[in-house]
Design a protein around this ligand. Structure first.
Ligand SMILES: Nc1ncnc2c1ncn2[C@@H]1O[C@H](COP(=O)(O)OP(=O)(O)OP(=O)(O)O)[C@@H](O)[C@H]1O
Length: 300
């Protein structure tokens, strides 16, 4: 991870949820369902259908940190209700790409984004787009489980409150159920989230991320700090989440990408998107020799 200018803990999560570090006063209202506070169309919102309808599209995307280019001219269409995996060697820009989709890179002073990223047709870097509203639609889960030092209930409630949503027992239960955690914690909702195992903590973080009912869940190596059993539970969970959400996941684990994703994007050094397509095709018969070399472990 190269997130040296972001705090690796709760402040980062707070921002990803639209909290204070992002400049939010939590005043977004429940009825504010658009990204933009003016009357610009937010695109077709006919809901999830498992189709290949594009939900996020990048066009000629470049990202720079100062003079260093981290993403190089990336154009990509990410389908809704599918899992898209971003793979590639360390430093090739996977996390940078992910952080563009909910504008977490706004928090890095030297980061600059050129080109466009649209969410259902709306340019998310349009000056009229409210990053808090964007982050309600685009939730994020980090590599290291990072629940707040609060009760399990309050962790999930935070995901609702920070987006100005009503906190109800039903919504808390729904979020914990959707994160496959309810049965394990329903009798200890007032106990600290930090008392859970690593895998449970990560599912709690997923519950917190999906509490505001986003459309997209970004996951940055969500299982790399977990043991294989806990990781496998998260993989099963991702399989379920994609019924309701679009998942974009960064992973270093090639088998994991092959197991859980429908589409795979292969980035290589310099932030070039070398190949993007159906996961089976990428893993079994990639067009680009460099993808084959990377996947078969010749480099990276
Ligand atoms: N906050 C930052 N400030 C300056 N440079 C950065 C910052 N974050 C990332 N970079 C640089 O941008 C490039 C891409 O980094 P990024 O973290 O997006 O890659 P990655 O593919 O996610 O890497 P890893 O797999 O190791 O997490 C790297 O050269 C990195 O050093």
């Amino acid at each position: 991870m190269s997130q040296n200018e972001l705090n690796d803990g709760n402040e980062q999560t707070d921002s990803a949820l639209g909290g204070s570090t992002a400049g939010s006063d939590g005043s977004a209202t429940d009825s504010d369902n658009s990204l933009i506070t003016t009357d610009v169309r937010t695109g077709d919102a006919t809901g999830h259908g498992g189709s290949e309808r594009t939900v996020v599209e990048t066009r000629d995307l470049d990202v720079y940190y100062g003079d260093e280019r981290a993403i190089d001219d990336v154009s990509m269409e990410i389908p809704e209700n599918h899992v898209t995996a971003l793979i590639g060697p360390s430093g090739c820009g996977k996390s940078t790409f992910l952080r563009c989709v909910n504008r977490m890179n706004d928090l890095i002073d030297i980061a600059r984004v050129d080109g466009t990223i649209t969410l259902r047709g709306t340019d998310i870097y349009d000056e009229r787009v409210d990053p808090v509203a964007l982050r309600r639609k685009v939730g994020m889960v980090f590599q290291k489980p990072n629940p707040f030092p609060k009760s399990i209930r309050d962790n999930v409630a935070y995901g609702l409150e920070v987006q100005g949503r009503e906190v109800t027992d039903e919504r808390i239960e729904e979020s914990l159920r959707a994160a496959a955690l309810w049965d394990e914690v329903k009798d200890q909702l007032d106990e600290s989230g930090l008392a859970l195992s690593g895998g449970q903590q990560q599912r709690l973080c997923i519950a917190r991320a999906i509490a505001p009912d986003p459309e997209i869940v970004l996951m940055d190596e969500p299982t790399s700090a977990l043991d294989p059993i806990a990781a496998s539970k998260i993989e099963d969970l991702i399989d379920e989440l994609v019924e309701d959400y679009t998942v974009i996941i960064v992973t270093h684990n090639m088998q994991q990408a092959a197991r859980i994703s429908d589409k795979t994007a292969v980035f290589l050094t310099g932030g070039e998107l070398v190949e993007f397509g159906d996961t089976n095709k990428i893993f079994e018969d990639p067009d680009d020799d460099r993808v084959e070399d990377y996947i078969t472990g010749k480099f990276g």
